[in-house]
Design a protein around this ligand. Structure first.
Ligand code: GAL
Length: 369
């Protein structure tokens, strides 16, 4: 017979078993047996500060973390800041005031959180950077992300392969470059990873950027906004690309890719679209890949990232030390933040079904085929 204890959450035994399995048992502090009878203890609130709902992935990230924290007996407080930096700072401040045990943050502007995070440290609240590194602050305990440099390598390698460059084709082929939001540390990693592949082809003349816009600062896209990317592409198509066929466009993120494709279609170039890369395997982009319009995306399983972030947080809050696999790449300007890196997967028409549908990320009916 089970007895209800005051102040404890009741969860079905199957949920508790799942939580135990999810975190390998030990992370439950050795009281898994007791949890099976009484439900996990109330481990307190944890704050999850997410940037925006306009990109599908953050919605999935937030939901995945929320569910997993609940299974362990935490009370997750999930907040979205609508890409408004001041709103995100206010949300984190509220989490600190509320006495949350930890805060997990996907920053809007990776450089804007220094002061609020100092308050977290003063209140002994550990801070975890989620997918985006928080810069210029000593107050970050750990960072969970994907191998961001490799994302860029995968995007550029796809272009090199699709144009035949990797097999010795000399071109010249025309390419335009797009990067993400300058205030998001990831944007630099993606761009540097991509350029590590593209630079030799640009140097040899096999690839040519007709706009001449090749520096990171010239090609960034504020807030990863697809409309801004669309406007830039329209400007290029009406100017330096007016009489030029574009063979490839390096795009760092699906929302930007769709803006670029829209601009190409609006300019009457939909019949012979360039190779266009992307990232996040957003549903709309997967459909464009199936339709042969967007060429590629980089899939990052947000379920796995959520799992890593929850494990890290739970380990710290239960007195353990989280597993990390990178202690050199992610210098935030003040310290090298210990990081767990997950692996991204390049997806195109040839493997989207196996990776995304067989892998359970989307159902067949969601992608419509
Ligand atoms: C980046 C993230 C990408 C993409 C982008 C726009 O920080 O690494 O996967 O989601 O933000 O939301």
């Amino acid at each position: 017979m089970t007895r209800k204890r005051p102040g404890r959450h009741r969860l079905p035994a199957i949920a508790v078993l799942l939580a135990v399995a999810l975190l390998g048992g030990a992370a439950c502090g050795g009281d898994a047996q007791e949890a099976l009878v009484a439900g996990p203890p109330d481990r307190g609130a944890v704050g999850l500060a997410m940037p925006t709902k306009t990109s599908e992935r953050w919605v999935a990230d937030g939901e995945n973390m929320r569910k997993q924290f609940e299974l362990l007996g935490y009370r997750p407080e999930l907040a979205y800041a609508d890409n408004d930096i001041a709103a995100q700072v206010a949300q984190i401040e509220a989490m600190i005031k509320n006495g949350d045990k930890a805060v997990i943050i996907a920053a809007i502007d990776g450089t804007a959180l220094k002061e609020v995070l100092a308050k977290a440290t003063a209140a002994h609240i550990p801070v975890f950077a989620y997918d985006r590194l928080i810069r210029d602050s000593p107050d970050i305990a750990y960072y969970a992300t994907f191998d961001n440099f490799k994302v860029g390598v995968q995007q550029a390698s796809y272009i090199a392969e699709a144009l035949g460059l990797a097999r010795g084709a000399r071109g010249p082929f025309t390419i335009e470059l797009f990067a993400g939001s300058a205030d998001d540390n990831n944007a630099t990693f993606f761009f540097n990873g991509a350029m590590s592949v593209l630079k030799p082809y640009l140097a040899s003349g096999a690839l040519v950027v007709r706009s001449g816009e090749t520096a990171f600062t010239q090609v960034t896209t504020q807030r990863w906004d697809g409309d801004i990317a669309k406007q830039r592409m329209q400007r290029l198509l009406a100017g330096p690309l007016a009489a030029v066929h574009v063979d490839a466009v390096l795009s760092p993120y699906d929302g930007i890719s769709r803006g670029i494709i829209d601009a190409l279609k609006a300019a009457g170039r939909g019949g012979r679209l360039p190779v266009v890369t992307g990232q996040d395997a957003e549903l709309e982009s997967v459909k464009l890949i199936m339709a042969g319009q967007q060429s590629q995306t980089v899939y990052k399983d947000t379920r796995e990232l959520a799992k890593v972030a929850v494990q890290m947080t739970n380990a710290v809050l239960t007195g353990g030390s989280p597993e990390v696999n990178d202690t050199s790449q992610y210098d935030n300007g003040v310290k090298v933040v210990p990081t767990f890196l997950l692996q991204p997967v390049s997806v195109d028409r040839s493997n989207y079904r196996r990776v995304l549908v067989d892998g359970g990320y989307y159902t067949a009916s969601q992608i419509g085929g």
